[in-house]
Ligand binder design. Structure first.
Ligand SMILES: [Zn+2]
Length: 288
């Protein structure tokens, strides 16, 4: 595909954040302009606080999907699982009809053992099934066991696995996808700037063989996102502005590069159609 054709290919971004630290640099209209400029026909937006995603969604309801992110302030990404209010707030948000997903929820190794009885997470997964909305979970473990236990226990919940296992090897990701038909892998932030030690691609921008094989094995199960959080040195920064939206061309330029090397149908599925279908936007959004 030519460079021009490649850059204009419609894509869906399944992993956008709109944080209060981004508002100064990026107004809601600026964000929508960014989608336009990058030919992003649909965007899934996680607000911090959650209501910020609604600012984008209300401007472009046919294009923006707001998820309910329970984080309100710095450090909540470590605290949400221990706060019973997370569940009642999430239920109220879904009942409002304004939110079409739950997450992103961080489950990071180190404090993992406490999740053996992860009642807050379990209740959120139950809400995902009850309201029929995807639940996005970011796991960061050296083994696939946690996600396997979650996806087995909640087969009726559609789970978006943010960053597709993050630091896991392709073989471990394969294990989860093979066993749990209710898991979709997101490739947000899986670029050379954020996942430096866990690359998807080689020096020339081509998918590594094991990832290429995995994507081709499950062409209906992967989606791409930018995860516009920038700069990278401090992912949970609350004191300085975050210029993630200004980096959309960088992130999507990278993803378009490897997408273009896949068969066109597969590239359209992974780059656009899978996310549009998962978030039930097919009647509003075209990937062609
Ligand atoms: Zn994440």
């Amino acid at each position: 595909m030519s460079a021009a054709g490649l850059a204009a290919q419609p894509v869906a971004d399944m992993h956008l954040h709109y944080k209060w630290t981004q508002q100064d640099l990026t107004s809601p209209q600026d964000a929508l302009d960014g989608l336009d400029q990058n030919h992003i026909v649909m965007g899934v937006v996680i607000g911090t606080p959650a209501e910020l995603a609604l600012q984008l969604q209300s401007l472009a309801p046919d294009r923006v999907v707001a998820m309910f992110g329970p984080y309100r302030e710095g450090g909540d990404w470590q605290r949400w699982a221990y706060d019973a209010e997370t569940v009642s707030r999430t239920r109220a948000a879904l009942e409002s009809g304004h939110y079409h997903g739950i997450g992103e929820l961080h489950v990071i190794g180190g404090f993992a053992p406490k999740f053996a009885k992860a009642t807050v997470l379990q209740q959120l997964l139950g809400l995902g099934a009850e309201f029929d909305v995807p639940v996005m979970i970011h796991t960061e473990f050296s083994r696939a066991d946690f996600m396997l236990s979650v996806c087995r226990e909640y087969p009726d919940t559609r789970i978006v696995w943010a960053h597709s296992g993050a630091i896991l090897e392709a073989a471990a990701v394969d294990k989860v996808l093979a066993e749990c038909a209710n898991v979709w892998g997101g490739l947000g932030a899986r670029d050379p700037w954020r996942f430096v030690n866990n690359p998807l691609t080689g020096q020339g921008g081509e998918l590594l063989p094991e990832w290429q094989a995995l994507l081709m094995k499950y062409p209906g199960r992967f989606m791409v996102g930018s995860d516009p959080v920038w700069p990278v040195d401090q992912l949970d920064r609350w004191d300085e502005g975050d210029s993630g939206w200004q980096e959309l061309p960088r992130f999507w330029g990278f993803h378009r590069g490897w997408l273009a090397r896949l068969p066109a149908d597969t590239a359209r599925q992974i780059g656009c159609e899978n996310a549009v279908a998962l978030f039930k936007m097919a009647d509003k959004v075209s990937c062609k």
